[in-house]
Design a protein around this ligand. Structure first.
Ligand code: ZN
Length: 146
């Protein structure tokens, strides 16, 4: 995508974020997890915990719980959907592409629904909201020792 977003696309992206904020996916604790990590974004008041269940180096299951703004919650929800079933390397590659998009460094084609957060690059303070769950997931992934 090059020029400014069309109004239709912007509306679609907003509805994806609002929908995931209202009905977050994989929103539960996971007692049988391989690892978990907490994330805190004091600038906005977002806090969450991410749980990971690994099968070898594949993310077999991932969940989160927490409270915060719509961006942080929707991003956590979409993160869980995006990394489930992926290897550690695939997960890290996806996070790098997601982070690059938020920094305004281009939108990778394989980001899928994560493109809904492309508009966040215009609001630098919200980048921490959008990446909070991803950083926690990365910490849990490192703790899992795969
Ligand atoms: Zn926030």
């Amino acid at each position: 995508m090059t020029g400014p977003m069309s109004a239709d696309l912007e509306e679609l992206y907003q509805s994806i974020i609002l929908d995931h904020n209202r009905r977050p996916q994989n929103f539960r604790a996971m007692p049988e997890a391989s690892a978990h990590a907490d994330g805190l974004n004091p600038m906005c008041g977002d806090q969450l915990t991410v749980w990971l269940k690994m099968n070898g180096d594949v993310v077999e299951d991932v969940s989160f719980q927490g409270s915060g703004c719509a961006i942080s919650k929707a991003s956590a929800s979409l993160m869980t959907q995006s990394v489930k079933g992926k290897t550690k390397a695939e997960t890290e590659k996806l996070f790098a592409a997601f982070h690059a998009m938020l920094m305004g460094h281009g939108v990778a084609a394989d980001l899928g629904k994560l493109k809904a957060f492309s508009g966040v690059s215009r609001f630098p303070l919200r980048v921490k909201c959008a990446t909070l769950a991803w950083h926690a997931m990365k910490s849990a992934l490192d703790d899992a020792g795969v």
